[in-house]
Write a protein that binds this ligand. Structure first.
Ligand code: GUN
Ligand code: ZN
Length: 421
């Protein structure tokens, strides 16, 4: 049975498609029976015109956070990153991901992963599963069941990885096709399948080419990593000698498209910045992960100067938190370290609307505007007189003073702090 129209009274802060920031200290958010935003109004202007209201005064409603890059199977090894990328993959990530041969284990972790997403207000994410088709299928099913807006993919690896994770190119591509046919567009479009080559190092050229063809044929999004770590960059060019630089691998095989999201992008040459911008691909900026693995400092200024869509990624588990407000704080620090000025408001937009743009979902989510889906977070604000400046800082950075009370996707409650213990 469809839900009735619901109305929530609280303060509200959102970026808008028009490029403005909207703050209403006493707003009414109206959600229609399909889970779309019917209207946003100022309670004070028409105090009696709203019908039955849920009174959430003392709270701040913001758009759901959009995490453009993380790994479901790394949920339980969060905070384990110690040292450079390739060593960490071998010592910690690959053994943990190998456990996903057990589909029940995968299901447990998928639930924990979604608990974590909901608890920090992440409503939309783009994530890697493992290279196990059955575990990936289970993870999709759980995302459907739990109601999150998930873009997810079977991780493609046919070389430079332990035998337990290696999936032959033909099997990997056929499994991707079957998963895409079943899940891309599922749950009325909440779920999407992403073609997911782990990174160039772990994929043969035929696998990368097959992945590109599949994405083109079914118009699927693509997610992968690029230029995260210096040694990774050197080894990639040894493995793929036909390319002049890292981006050149993805270009040569057809993976560099406007549907592509590239995580990290730290060590790019001037030519790579230009070509990446021309391709229309987006970047997932993962500042906490970059610091924790000692990978380097992403230059947000260059991404902006080139007009590249750039969202934020927690990159769990190299990132130590699912909380995109923590990622925003780290993004602020990194920007400062590379001499780039960025505000809390700009980072809040990056964690919401710009992330949605990066994922190609901004027509549906990323901001609270009539006609978009009602993906929103209710923050419990412990600040007596909330003004726009404070609201921006709480939404942009400050978790303790504004913990997540509830998280909604398309009008459906997917996390409630009152029932999470
Ligand atoms: N590059 C290839 N795989 C991974 C991964 O799992 N995490 C990170 N941070 N980088 C990667
Ligand atoms: Zn990653």
């Amino acid at each position: 049975m469809a839900n009735p129209t619901r109305r929530y009274r609280a303060a509200l802060l959102t970026p808008t498609d028009a490029g403005e920031l909207l703050f209403l200290p006493d707003a009414v958010l109206e959600v229609d029976p399909q889970g779309r935003i019917a209207s946003i109004s100022d309670y004070q202007r028409e105090p009696h015109a709203h019908g039955l209201l849920q009174d959430l005064r003392g709270h701040l409603i913001v758009p759901g956070f959009v995490d453009t890059h993380l790994h479901v199977p790394q949920t339980r090894v969060i905070g384990s990153a110690a040292g450079p990328l390739l060593e960490w993959l071998d010592s910690t990530v690959f053994p943990e991901e190998a456990r996903f041969a057990d589909t029940d284990y995968a299901a447990q972790v998928a639930h924990q992963f979604l608990d974590c997403c909901g608890s920090v207000g992440t409503t939309t994410f783009m994530a890697f599963a493992t290279s196990h088709p059955a575990a990936t299928e289970r993870t999709f099913e759980i995302c459907v069941e739990r109601g999150f807006r998930a873009t997810l993919g079977l991780t493609l690896m046919d070389q430079n990885c332990p035998p337990a994770l290696r999936l032959a190119s033909d099997v990997a591509l056929q499994s991707s096709r079957e998963l895409a046919q079943r899940f891309h567009g599922a749950a009325d479009g909440l779920i999407r399948f992403a073609v997911t080559p782990r990174f160039a190092l772990s994929c043969s050229r035929p696998l990368l080419e097959g992945a590109a063809k599949l994405s083109e044929e079914l118009q699927l999004p693509i997610q992968t990593h690029i230029s995260e770590n210096a040694r990774e960059g050197v080894e990639t060019l040894i493995e793929h000698p036909y390319a002049a630089d890292y981006l050149g691998v993805y270009e040569a095989v057809g993976l560099l498209t406007s549907r592509t999201i590239l995580a990290h992008a730290i060590h790019l040459t001037a030519s790579e910045w230009e070509r990446l911008a021309a391709s229309g691909a987006a970047i997932a900026h993962c500042p906490d992960s970059n610091a924790f693995l000692g990978s380097g400092k992403f230059n947000l200024g260059k991404a902006l100067a080139h007009g590249i869509r750039t969202g934020l990624g927690s990159d769990v588990a190299a990132g130590r938190s699912f909380d995109l407000r923590r990622a925003s704080s780290h993004a602020f620090d990194t920007a400062r370290e590379v001499g780039v000025d960025v505000s809390a408001a700009a980072l809040f937009e990056r964690a919401t609307l710009e992330g949605a743009r990066a994922l190609g979902l901004a027509d549906k989510v990323g901001s609270l505007e009539p006609g978009k889906d009602a993906d929103f977070v209710v923050l419990s604000t412990k600040v007596p007189q909330l003004d726009q400046h404070v609201a921006v800082r709480l939404a942009g950075f400050g978790a303790e003073l504004a913990p997540v009370a509830r998280t909604y996707v398309r009008g459906r409650l997917v996390f409630d702090a009152r029932s999470s213990f």
